[in-house]
Design a binder for this molecule. Sequence first.
Ligand code: FES
Ligand code: FES
Length: 173
Amino acid sequence: MPKSTQPPAATPAARVQPPAPLAISINGKPYFHDGDPAMPLLWFLRDRLRLTGTKYGCDDGGCGACSVLVDGKLARACAVPMSAAATHQVTTIEGLAGDTLHPVQQAWIEHDAIQCGYCQAGQIMAAVDLLRRKPRPGEDDIAAIGNLCRCGSQPQVRRAIARAAELLRGERK
Ligand code: FES
Ligand code: FES
């Protein structure tokens, strides 16, 4: 039988479906992300939602300026891709207070812990996480937080964390 000289019939091009938008909860509100799933959560917060309380520092997971809570646990938003944050509950500094300031925020004011302020949202979120895990933190626990502060406000921050622990335990002296 002679070989066909016809080229093989072209197969229909596979239809490429766009990825489904990623659902995420930020400060109790639902959002969707339909862009690059590898985009850092930090960019979504700051550039898409304009939640600029979460700061951009080292962009390498080291400084803590971008600290947020994901399902109540500390995370560095520069190091969390949207694909990993999706379906989770994210809390930023803007979502921390209820009708009144969070006790950590109250303690921060009491101890005047803020200088330029750039690192402070991250410090506060790290303190909230520490006090959730350790209601009676020792000095070493507090020192281990490790968020960087270029202004040198660590002594006030540490005193504020100790005071916040008292407030959270109901010791309002
Ligand atoms: S900006 Fe995320 S840890 Fe420094
Ligand atoms: S208060 Fe300025 S960087 Fe910490």
